[in-house]
Design a protein around this ligand. Structure first.
Ligand SMILES: Cc1cc2nc3c(=O)[nH]c(=O)nc-3n(C[C@H](O)[C@H](O)[C@H](O)COP(=O)(O)O)c2cc1C
Length: 212
């Protein structure tokens, strides 16, 4: 079993869990090297093994390799706060989910939930392989639908920037003002305790109820 890596030593698990969970984080610093199928396919393979309601496997991935017109098209979709670091991504992946069941065409309640499980598998495998795998909500969802020809019946979920790892010193200073607090730009985020967000039996009865 791999050990908890040095850069995440400040993230202390409260219980004995596999270090793969603690070692995954969302680095911003990327090397700018292109990635190709030999780098990306194992990540999609990991995603493939996620569980899904009625085994519907609702996740779909659309990828764009650095150095291709598609990469530029994906990059143009990003919010300005993501561009200064994501410009060094080796590939982008748009994650979408099919909103209905294959077996009967009825709406799936869990297409996003199942796709979230697949994304996490992908991220864990990428992290295990030493890649920076960074999820993003910070892009134009409507334009992504158009730019990537997403048909009706599929929901745009998120985008991922994937790249070779680079030293945090390579990040532009502006990063300290973008989206995340400065410390979180260059090192893994603090994560709240397990007990927050866990309840026994039911949500608390007395208002206000915030569930964590
Ligand atoms: C769906 C999703 C969307 C996110 N969007 C962005 C984003 O647009 N830009 C960004 O810098 N980080 C984004 N993040 C990264 C989160 O800020 C990060 O996962 C969180 O702070 C926990 O840190 P860690 O992933 O390093 O453990 C996103 C994460 C998720 C799961």
């Amino acid at each position: 079993m791999a050990a908890i890596s040095k850069e995440v030593q400040h993230r202390k698990p409260e219980y004995d869990i596999d270090p793969i969970f603690v070692n995954r984080w969302s680095p911003l610093a990327m090397s700018g090297e292109p990635l190709d199928e030999k780098d990306l396919m194992p990540l999609f393979e990991a995603a493939r093994w996620a569980p899904s309601s009625y085994n519907n496997q609702s996740w779909r991935f659309i990828y764009a390799k650095r150095g291709t017109p598609a990469w530029e098209r994906f990059f143009d979709l990003l919010w300005d706060g993501n561009k200064p670091w994501a410009k060094n991504a080796g590939a982008f992946v748009l994650i979408i989910s099919k909103t209905t069941f294959d077996m009967n065409g009825k709406p799936s309640k869990t297409h996003s939930f199942d796709t979230g499980a697949a994304w996490e598998n992908l991220a864990l495998e990428g992290s295990r392989r030493g890649l920076a795998v960074h999820p993003m909500e910070g892009f134009d969802y409507d334009k992504a639908r158009e730019a990537c020809r997403i048909p009706d019946g599929y929901q745009v979920e998120a985008m991922i920037a994937i790249g070779g790892r680079a030293p945090k010193e390579t990040l532009p200073p502006i990063m300290s003002m973008a989206i995340r607090p400065p410390s979180a730009c260059t090192r893994p985020s603090e994560i709240r305790q397990a007990a927050q967000g866990i309840m026994v039996g039911a949500a608390p009865a007395a208002p206000p109820v915030t569930l964590a």
